[in-house]
Write a protein that binds this ligand. Sequence first.
Ligand code: FES
Ligand code: FES
Length: 160
Amino acid sequence: MDSDDHEITVSVNGTRYQRRVESRLLLSDFLRHDLALAGTHVGCEHGVCGACTVLLDRQPVRSCLMLAVQAHDREISTIEGLTARDGEYHPLQQAMHDHHGLQCGYCTPGILMTMTAFLDETPAPGEDAVREALSGNLCRCTGYQNIVDAVLTAAKRMRE
Ligand code: FES
Ligand code: FES
């Protein structure tokens, strides 16, 4: 074993993975290339766009700013785990669909993961709070209005 390699165990969407990784491997590359979970997108690769957002122990993090070794013994949620096992969309996914909250879709996984954590902590947000929570996720297509409408609709449906 190379001295720069580390054995890590990570839970991703409820599945435990044990892998040997280089110390410099980014979490985003680990998810996309080592685990073939390419739903996590990479845009800027320096923490600005939010496309690579995943949940680490239920909190949103930029996976392009973390090393895979930092995820050792932690729980990660990615966009692939948002749909229920029976295929039913998460309310946020359904609301994004209903409100046409995406165009190219590149930003969408990061937005959905960010909003999942947001609605967990803020189940009844107002529009301003949604916009503020979205402010770390860049979308160059939609103008955000339909995303905001989708998040408000999802919040309402999740409360009912
Ligand atoms: S790719 Fe990670 S924040 Fe842009
Ligand atoms: S839908 Fe294209 S970047 Fe957001």
